[in-house]
Structures are given as structure tokens and as C-alpha cells.
Design a protein around this ligand. Sequence first.
Ligand SMILES: C[S@@+](CC[C@H](N)C(=O)[O-])C[C@H]1O[C@@H](n2cnc3c(N)ncnc32)[C@H](O)[C@@H]1O
Length: 196
Amino acid sequence: MFHDIPPKIISRMTYLEELDAQDRRKLTPRLKRLRQIPPESGQFLALTARFAPEGKLIEIGTSAAYSTLWLSLAAKERNQKIITFEILIEKYNLAMETVKVSETQEFIQVNYGNAKELLTSFNDIAFCFLDAEKEDYKEFYQLVIPKMVQGGIFLADNVTSHYKDVKPMLDIALQDPRVDALIVPIGKGILFCRVA
Ligand SMILES: C[S@@+](CC[C@H](N)C(=O)[O-])C[C@H]1O[C@@H](n2cnc3c(N)ncnc32)[C@H](O)[C@@H]1O
């Protein structure tokens, strides 16, 4: 999966990594920043999504679709799409540009709007990557877990970097009898849950 990434995807990933690094150096205002995952987290997401059971692949919090590009590698091997949700129009437009220039239309579907509303009609979720506002994590966890298939994988980013903000979700997830859960110390810390 990582040895034959198409050059157009690599080129867009590199461009977005540079933009994200610039954001961090220039202290760009928070809502404008891309706030992307690091590449090692992207690889972890792709490998995990690849081996999730049959069902939908979703991502909550697209930004410019950097993490989505990593997930598209798994989606391609599974012959399906990663379905991703973005609430800000500027970020949605950037994500659509990413899909266009990386030629990943076949494997990425970007949805514009509030994932809290758009997800109400979703079921049969095999894989979910949560990377939206940290104060919403608990609400998203409670919304998504009942919609997942048995053996489904739920990942949430920033659980080490934003521990205090995401603690309400962690307090539930780490004790939740519906899932087996642990914190993986990769990148900014990823909560890994497998639906029992
Ligand atoms: C941390 S960034 C995502 C970074 C992206 N996953 C990556 O690594 O490239 C969080 C994104 O979630 C979006 N977001 C926040 N709340 C949302 C919601 N309720 N529904 C959809 N998107 C949301 C924000 O606008 C922002 O672009």
C-alpha cells in the first residue's frame, strides 16, 4: 500500500505537509489552520482501515483532506470510498481541490456540513476516524459506536496532546463494555476501539 502511492497523491501530501508546517510557524489563526495528523499517524490509519471488517469507512473532520489521502490508500485496496465530513466551506473547498489534483475521486467522497447531523442516517460503519473539535468527541463517540458493525474500528486523534479536552470521551470509552479500547502512543495519541 505504501510502496506504490501514485505520484499525484505524494505530491499533494507533500504540498499539504508544507502548508501545515507554515501554519504552525506563522501561528495562523486556529480556524484557518489545517491541523493535520503527522504522516506516521496517516500510515497507522491506512493500515487499520485496510483490515477493518466489511462496511463503510468514514472520517469526521476532513480539513484539506490530508488524512483522507492516507485513508484513500486503504479504500482503494478495499474497492470502496472513504466518506469524510467537513463543516467549514473554506476547508471543504480545499478538500475538493485535493481530490481533484490527486485524482482520487474514485476513492474519496467529501461531504459538506455538520457531521452530527449528516451521520444520523448512517449505519454499517466498519471504520471511523474522529478528528474534529475535541469538545465534541464524547458526543461523536456516543453517536457513532451504536452505528458500527461487529469488529468495527473507531479511532480518535489527539488523545494525548489534548488529554484534558477529550477526557470525557476517554472516561467512557476505556470502560465501555461494547468495545475493547486502548491508547496508541503514535503521533498525537490515538484512541483505538474495536467493537466487540
Ligand atoms: C483537526 S482538523 C482535521 C484534520 C484532518 N483530519 C487531517 O489530518 O488532515 C478538524 C476539522 O474538523 C472540522 N470539523 C469540526 N467540527 C465538525 C463537525 N461537527 N462536522 C464536520 N467537520 C467538523 C473542522 O472544520 C476542521 O477542518
